[in-house]
Design a protein around this ligand. Structure first.
Ligand code: NAP
Length: 276
């Protein structure tokens, strides 16, 4: 039996333990996966404890960048995003990976959205917004990054432009978003979940004529933003497929085994039922 964990804070809302236990069950593995909430000051000791006892772990907000300095090696996927969400323990050597970007793109692919030459509005400028901006810019979308702290949005812009000199990005305060046509709106803030459930990060008038609204939040299944988007005639998608895809990719890295294509849909259905 091997042990795996999720490192982050807070973790009460996380479906990752259920997701990974479902993969172990599907693959008939006796392994365990548990959430481990820590504060920033506990990070060094937690990583050393994990190095001695775990076969791997996931990392979530707010430690996806901080974790890097405690790892021995970064896979190319983690180097690209300068963030880690999956760590494999290779006999005491901790190797960091990132499976969030493919997870986000899988969500877009599942509804047939092609980002090339589209205009995207990204709400937030944290780790997820950076991954989203990088993926969309790479695919040729023109991105507006809206954040309450504009300096953080500029940091995302610089990060993306360093990777893709030809990327087209602009930055705005989330309270003063330019009124123009956006094909895609992505919520990469926590507004809509937890204590902010029932709130939306975007006024409804921005949603007119938007093709797709993608909320990275998966619990609740339908945030206020998504409900407003449906009322405005937009297509919608939440963050559940992204979560499941990145989780299955983490398992593929840990177990060195490829998942059947049906596993993603099975787990998606199971988790959707779990949330209700
Ligand atoms: P993060 O690094 O903490 O960034 C959060 C961003 O949201 C920051 O720009 C923050 O601004 C902004 N924000 C927070 N509260 C806000 C408010 N009240 N109004 C406006 N902006 C606000 O978190 P993250 O890792 O990027 O995650 C962001 C969201 O994506 C979370 O809801 C997370 O659950 C979701 N997510 C989902 C998946 C998935 O698999 N579905 C994967 C990753 C993330 P400040 O910097 O000013 O605080």
């Amino acid at each position: 039996m091997k042990a795996y964990a999720l490192l982050g804070y807070p973790l009460a809302h996380s479906l990752s333990p259920k997701l990974h236990q479902s993969v172990f069950q599907a693959w008939d593995l006796p392994h365990v996966y548990f959430p481990w909430e820590i504060t920033l000051s506990q990070l060094p000791q937690a990583v050393e404890m994990f190095r001695r006892n775990l076969a791997g772990f996931n990392v979530t907000a707010p430690y996806k960048t901080e974790i890097i300095s405690y790892l021995d090696e970064l896979h190319l996927s983690a180097e690209v995003y300068s963030a880690v969400n999956t760590v494999k323990n290779e006999g005491g050597k901790l190797v960091g990976y990132n499976t969030d970007g493919p997870g986000f793109m899988q969500g877009l692919a599942s509804v047939g959205f092609q980002p090339a030459d589209k205009r995207a509005l990204i709400l937030g400028a944290g780790g997820a917004a950076r991954t989203v901006a990088l993926e969309l810019a790479h695919q040729g979308a023109v991105c507006t990054i809206a954040a309450r702290d504009v300096t953080k949005a500029y940091a995302v812009q610089v990060f993306v432009e360093k990777k893709f000199a030809q990327a087209e990005l602009e930055v705005t305060n989330i309270e003063r978003i330019p009124r123009r046509h956006y094909d895609l709106v992505v919520n990469a803030t926590p507004v809509g979940m937890g204590e902010l459930q029932g709130q939306s990060p975007l006024q409804m008038e921005y949603l007119q004529h938007v093709d797709l609204v993608y909320d990275l939040i998966y619990n609740p299944v339908r945030t206020k933003l998504l409900a407003d988007a449906l009322r405005s005639g937009c297509r919608i998608i939440n963050g559940l497929r992204m979560l499941v895809h990145q989780g299955i990719q983490a398992q593929e890295i840990w177990q060195e085994q490829k998942a059947d294509s049906s596993l993603e849909d099975e787990i998606l259905e199971l988790l959707a039922k779990e949330i209700g």
